[in-house]
Design a protein around this ligand. Structure first.
Ligand code: FE2
Length: 166
């Protein structure tokens, strides 16, 4: 469900870039939901090249297409239980000091994980109950490769943290 990975990016660079672009974030919506506490900026909508370059870099490094996005979950809100639409798995980096857990399962029976950087199986139901700070994420969305396939690629690149496969 979740595998912690090596934090292989310059956090300050991306956090600065997030702040430059923050006003461009829009509330996430798809055919299932629309909400006012979870917002997104996609690489092609950014005013800077940082996200686009990161999509290109990681697409080359992993050998599979990935799309970089920023997300912000407002303080004291819950990202309700869901699976990601059109996304098989994702690599997430937390860009600020937010320590909230991601939950996998359902509302009465779930496993809780904290991480700084991780591969997540977002095809499985998950949720985040945020604490009193905004949660700022850099996410690499992977549309056409599974969690297990990407785990193998990260493993070949020595990017897996040695804390066991979960
Ligand atoms: Fe999600």
């Amino acid at each position: 469900m979740l595998q912690r990975i090596i934090y292989d990016i310059d956090k300050d660079l991306f956090l600065q870039d997030f702040l430059i672009n923050e006003s461009l974030l829009t509330f996430y919506e798809d055919e299932r939901v629309k909400n006012d506490h979870w917002s997104i900026l996609r690489d092609h909508d950014s005013s800077t090249d940082v996200l686009r370059n990161f999509s290109d870099l990681k697409t080359k490094q992993l050998g599979i297409p990935v799309k970089a996005r920023y997300y912000k979950l407002k303080a004291n809100t819950q990202l309700m239980w869901h699976t990601d639409l059109g996304t098989k798995c994702a690599i997430n980096y937390i860009l600020n000091e937010n320590s909230s857990s991601v939950l996998f399962g359902d509302w009465k029976n779930y496993q809780e994980f904290t991480y700084d950087a991780a591969l997540l199986d977002v095809s499985k139901s998950h949720s985040v109950i945020n604490n009193n700070t905004d949660r700022i994420l850099l996410k690499l969305s992977i549309m056409d490769h599974t969690y297990t396939e990407v785990y193998e690629k990260l493993s070949e690149l020595n990017l897996i943290q040695c804390t066991g496969h979960q």
